[in-house]
Ligand binder design. Structure first.
Ligand SMILES: C[S@@+](CC[C@H](N)C(=O)[O-])C[C@H]1O[C@@H](n2cnc3c(N)ncnc32)[C@H](O)[C@@H]1O
Length: 217
């Protein structure tokens, strides 16, 4: 077993344990932030149609915001989070399929199949060393010309905001496995098969939204 695959299997096992517990109170705990996120989600998802893969679907907070013309495949490694997502899937306007899958190894999903790849607050959970692998899977499953949108939380450069984030960081890592010092944008820039079309912050310099597409082959 390589050091990379050891890290991977250790990460998956520890994250699955974490979310087995966190799933019980995830929505309650996240509520103060979700009040903000729920303003953004409909705008982020309003033009997302066709075959859509949502990686790290969690408790399914995005599901009700997809247009009717979307068929969403939502994957998550935590069966407990998926159980909550299932309830939300019943209320969504689009058709939804939920699968327990590792975003780093989407073994049940075909190559060149999806029009869209969506991930909100997934990459802040993935360790830096594993991010390139997750992005390779994203590229594999997207059709040539298929598009992606990622929303992540990162450390602010503003001292007061950064101090507040540093105060919350141990709790975010303990409960969600999330960190604010991931380098997702840098890993995306290293991938020749994709083009980043836009990056912008949704609030201060902390909520980083990244859009792009897989280059036509
Ligand atoms: C912080 S939550 C975000 C949930 C949801 N996307 C949202 O916007 O509310 C991160 C989710 O990613 C899932 N996750 C983390 N690593 C994963 C992986 N390698 N494969 C699939 N899901 C993963 C966790 O189980 C959790 O449900």
């Amino acid at each position: 077993m390589t050091a990379q695959s050891k890290l991977h299997s250790g990460f998956i096992a520890s994250l699955a344990r974490k979310y087995r517990v966190t799933s019980w109170f995830y929505d309650v705990l996240d509520y103060p932030w979700e009040r903000q996120y729920r303003q953004w989600r409909p705008h982020l998802l309003k033009n997302v149609e066709g075959e859509v893969l949502e990686a790290g679907v969690g408790t399914g907070r995005n599901l009700k915001h997809y247009p009717t013309a979307a068929h969403v495949t939502g994957v998550d490694l935590s069966p407990e989070m998926l159980r909550v997502a299932k309830k939300r899937a019943r209320k969504s306007a689009c058709s939804v399929t939920l699968l327990q899958q590792d975003a780093l190894h989407l073994s049940d999903l075909p190559s060149n199949h999806f029009d869209w790849y969506i991930a909100t607050f997934l990459y802040c959970v993935l360790p830096d060393e594993l991010q390139p692998r997750a992005l390779e899977e994203m590229i594999r499953v997207l059709k040539p010309g298929g598009r992606f949108k990622l929303l992540e939380i990162v450390y602010s450069k503003e001292a007061r905001l950064r101090r507040r984030q540093e105060f919350l960081a141990p709790l975010a890592e303990k409960l969600y496995g999330a960190r604010f010092d991931r380098h997702t944008l840098e890993y995306l820039r290293e991938k020749d098969q994709i083009k980043i079309s836009r990056t912008r912050y949704l609030k201060a310099d902390t909520y980083l939204f990244i859009e792009g597409r897989k280059k036509p082959s």
